[in-house]
Design a protein. Structure first.
Length: 317
């Protein structure tokens, strides 16, 4: 009798231990354990951007000119900046800076279309945003989707270039495989050369649809050039809570700015609209115009056009 009881007890213990091992194995795979799922998602919050010091003066001469025709603003450029740049190639960007001889045209008298054209579509970057007055293009959208080069590639979640380690230098720029140096965010070294004071609006370039682009500052009353100049604020903010993804088809983890889609536009939150611009007077347009603003906070370089972008800025066929 005692022997039977002992055998029964031992069998029960073995079964229990086996069950515990199965649960442990299942948790180890991260399939059912919420805590482990959270740990996996936490890797989506490691967006500590690292920038490369700007210590290199290029041997290549910067070429940039602008002329006007009856209906177009025409730029000739080689896309080479005159300011210091980062050292390329580097560990995060294997490309060398090369001259890009181009002639680019945009509308001289642009018109708003009544709808927004995004710089990114479901297949990736569709347009560069515009050109600075040093001939370097503003191209904020990275080709860094969730699941890049896998069957799960998903441009509904695209890395925000300025929040990740993509080899950007101190001007938020890096180099395409073609050798094209381009800005993903506020081009700090270029802005420094414009000698801005914060007391005046400063024209820094032109958008692909023909509207002017200013850096940060504008009149506190949009249509009053005698009003105080202030830093204009975007109407975007970081979303609260967690991303809806499962970590396989889309990212999970807390919204923290790693992805472009971590941000949301709230109308009226700041001074600027969804395209990071507004209508008002400027020193170059005392009668008023629509203009874009490159802000130090997201989105930095705008992500939408209000007009029709030139095909010279198109990135895909």
């Amino acid at each position: 009798m005692k022997y039977s009881i002992l055998l029964s007890s031992m069998a029960f213990i073995i079964i229990c231990l086996s069950c515990k091992k199965d649960v442990a194995d299942e948790n180890k795979n991260g399939e059912t354990n919420d805590e482990n799922s959270t740990i996996e998602c936490s890797s989506e919050n490691d967006n500590i951007a690292k920038t490369v010091d700007c210590s290199v003066q290029l041997d290549l001469e910067s070429v940039f000119s602008e002329i006007l025709s009856d209906d177009a603003r025409i730029f000739t450029t080689n896309n080479i900046p005159s300011h210091l740049v980062g050292r390329y190639p580097n560990n995060a960007n294997p490309n060398s800076i090369l001259a890009q001889d181009k002639t680019i045209e945009i509308d001289l008298i642009p018109q708003k279309t009544g709808s927004l054209t995004p710089l990114q579509n479901s297949h990736g970057p569709a347009y560069a945003f515009g050109i600075c007055l040093n001939g370097v293009e503003m191209d904020p959208v990275a080709a860094e989707p969730w699941g890049k080069n896998t069957s799960n590639e998903n441009y509904d979640w695209n890395l925000e270039a300025t929040a990740n380690s993509l080899g950007l230098d101190c001007s938020n720029a890096h180099v395409q495989p073609t050798g094209a140096y381009h800005y993903h965010g506020t081009p700090l070294k270029y802005i420094e050369r414009l000698n801005y004071s914060g007391n005046a609006m400063i024209l820094m370039g032109w958008a692909a649809d023909g509207f002017p682009v200013y850096y940060s500052f504008g009149y506190s009353t949009a249509n009053d050039s005698s009003s105080v100049v202030k830093a204009l604020k975007s109407s975007y903010r970081l979303k609260s809570g967690n991303r809806p993804g499962d970590g396989v088809l889309a990212p999970c983890g807390e919204y923290n700015g790693k992805y472009v889609q971590d941000y949301e536009y709230i109308e009226g939150l700041g001074d600027l609209d969804e395209a990071n611009g507004r209508t008002g007077v400027t020193p170059e347009f005392p009668g008023g115009t629509y203009y874009y603003v490159v802000t130090d906070e997201f989105p930095g370089i705008p992500r939408y056009f209000v007009g029709t972008p030139s095909n010279d800025f198109k990135l895909v066929p």
